[in-house]
Design a protein around this ligand. Structure first.
Ligand code: TMP
Length: 207
C-alpha cells in the first residue's frame, strides 16, 4: 500500500473541517492526489447509517448498537473508498476515524478502549491511519461553538460530563500513541494550526 492515510480527531466544535479543507489545498498544490472523506459517512451506505446514528429521535439506541453502527459505516468506507485510494497511491484525509469510537464509545460510553480497537481491527483489515492530528480543546468551548453553528445531533446533545470524558479520552489516547497522534491546540488561530500541520506533515513525508 503506497498512499498516505491522515485522520483528524477532536471533540465536537474543535474546527476539524476548516483545517481539513486547507490541508487538502496544500497537498493538491504540491501535486498529491487527495481523497477527502468523513466519518460516519463518506459512502451512500455509510451516510444512511450516519442518519440513523445521529437522529435525535433514536434515544433508545443501546451503546452496543451505536458502536456496531459506527463500525459498520467505517468498514464500508474502508472497502469502498479508503483502501482503493491508498492502493492507487493517493493521500486520504478522513474527518474522524476509529479513534473517535475508542474515545466516544470506549471511554465516554464506558465500553472499553481495548474492545473497541479489537473490533475495529477486525472490521478494518489492516487499514489504519499513518498520521492523526488531534485538535485539542476544552469541552465547554467546543459545545459553545457548536451551539452557535447548528442544531445539535444525538451525540452533541449529550451532557457536559460526556464531552469532558471525550476530551480527557483523546488526551490519554494521544499520550499512548504519541508516535502517530500529533496534538494541536484548537484555540490557536486557524493559520497557526494549519502551519503546524503542514510542517509536521512535510517532516513525516520526508522521513
Ligand atoms: P461529526 O459531527 O464530526 O460529523 O461526527 C458525528 C458525531 O459522531 C460526533 O459527535 C462524534 C460521534 N462519533 C462517535 O461517537 N463515534 C465514532 O466512531 C465517530 C466516527 C463519531
Amino acid at each position: 500500500m503506497s498512499g498516505l492515510f491522515i485522520s483528524l480527531e477532536g471533540p465536537d466544535g474543535s474546527g476539524k473541517t476548516t483545517q481539513i479543507q486547507l490541508l487538502q489545498e496544500f497537498l493538491i498544490e504540491r501535486g498529491y492526489e487527495v481523497v477527502l472523506t468523513r466519518e460516519p459517512g463518506g459512502t451512500d451506505i455509510s451516510e444512511q447509517v450516519r442518519k440513523i446514528i445521529l437522529d435525535v429521535n433514536n434515544e433508545k439506541m443501546s451503546n452496543m448498537t451505536e458502536l456496531l453502527l459506527y463500525t459498520a459505516a467505517r468498514a464500508q468506507l474502508v472497502d469502498e473508498i479508503i483502501r482503493p485510494a491508498l492502493e492507487a497511491g493517493k493521500v486520504v484525509i478522513c474527518d474522524r476515524f476509529y479513534d473517535s469510537s475508542a474515545v466516544y464509545q470506549g471511554i465516554a460510553r464506558g465500553m472499553g478502549v481495548d474492545m473497541v480497537y479489537q473490533l475495529n481491527e477486525e472490521a478494518l483489515q489492516g487499514i489504519l491511519p499513518d498520521i492523526t492530528f488531534l485538535m485539542d480543546m476544552d469541552a465547554e468551548e467546543g459545545i459553545q461553538r457548536k451551539k452557535k453553528q447548528a442544531t445539535l445531533d444525538r451525540l452533541e446533545k449529550e451532557n457536559l460530563e460526556f464531552h469532558q470524558k471525550v476530551v480527557e479520552g483523546y488526551r490519554s489516547l494521544a499520550k499512548r500513541n504519541s508516535q502517530r497522534i500529533k496534538v494541536l491546540n484548537a484555540t490557536d488561530s486557524i493559520d497557526q494550526i494549519q502551519k503546524q500541520m503542514r510542517q509536521y506533515l512535510l517532516r513525516q513525508i520526508e522521513k
